[in-house]
Ligand binder design. Sequence first.
Ligand code: FAS
Ligand code: PHB
Length: 403
Amino acid sequence: MNTLKTQVAIIGAGPSGLLLGQLLHTQGIANVIIERVSGEYILGRIRAGILEQGFADLVREAGVAERMDAEGEIHEGFYVANNGKSHRIDLEKMTGGKVVVCYGQTEITRDLMKAREGAGLQTFYESSDTQLHDVNRETPYVTFKNNGEDFKLECDYIAGCDGFHGVSRKTIPEDKRTEHERVYPFGWLGFLSDTPPVSEELIYAKSERGFALASRRSATRSRYYLQVPLTDKVEEWSDDRFWDELEKRLPEEDAKKLVRGPSIEKSIAPLRSFVCEPMQYGNLFLVGDAAHIVPPTGAKGLNLAASDVATLYKIMTRVYHDGDKSCIAQYSEIALRRVWHGERFSWWMSNMLHDFGDTKVNDMDAETFDRFMSSELDYFMNYEEGRRVVANQYVGMPYEDLH
Ligand code: FAS
Ligand code: PHB
């Protein structure tokens, strides 16, 4: 058995784990990451694209923002189209100057991986049988296998950054955690292509045929999504079929500007709202998707992970720099307050913009629910106070300081 010691053990080398590790490093707090798959595999997972200002500022604080600031696009607004009629949400004007950065999660992850390697910080990729022990004691530890050897990592704290399917949340005894969940009756078919995006800013389009999102990664790389039934298989969607359907769902003036090309990534993701309460148990802290999931309609998933990281980073800094452990108990309360704001916004945007087919929602038949949601969307798009609500949620609620 190889026995190692660190201050903070981090489970998972996704954006949560890597960003937390880098921020702790800037404060001289030792940390080791244990990851189940390879770095290449992680970089092959195409996911989020919109960073709130708070996230971008955190990346700058971690000293890893050079490429993001050079290549990321500042977006001052986005469009919501309701059956062909487009409304622009002017983020900059409606929020007193706040904007979002359009820069792929893959690129942020790549930058964080490079910074971690450059700092010589330890990351055990392709580990297996990771288990968390004595999380309720002063001396928690993690055991795992790597490269055919057994390891024991002794630490003071464990950050469970291992996503929805990870081991950390399940380490909290079932009678000590409450899980809230809403699974949506549809999924998103994502499509990545090296074609010039149809629009400078994102378009969230509600249509009679279902939801579509026109996003982007750069001036030459597009990211599109279509709402599809959960029964669909990605093999049933040829590139031509995707482009034909996208064209039918976008407003006409945008659809005619579509530039088609081969998909370089195509996958279907289910949509769910999920929250685990509390987000901490003893010296174990759940971070990001390990604790919560949102439908991507509000671009909140990755951004809620960042605000969890910000809170835990502040707590760890106070513990190790000031010797003040009293703030540890604040993590879950502070993190969950912002998580539920993101959950509500993402659930609300999903209800307004998707076609629920014949699924009963809130004990209404789908057609009645759709009439209510169409009126909701009509109000929030056609009245300035409505657009302001959407704008302030989209750029992200402020990060809360420790008490
Ligand atoms: P992650 O899931 O990214 O990372 C967790 C890491 O832990 C993984 O690398 C995993 O391999 C590792 N791990 C798991 N179990 C382990 C174990 N037992 N031991 C060690 N390591 C373990 N968000 C948006 O804002 N917009 C989007 O468009 C969007 N699209 C998405 C599409 C898909 C298909 C998915 C699944 C998510 C999407 N998200 C989106 C949300 C996504 O971006 C997450 O919020 C983000 O990846 C959260 O990062 P982490 O918390 O680091 O979790
Ligand atoms: C993306 O670019 O992947 C993206 C952007 C905004 C969303 C969801 C996904 O709401």
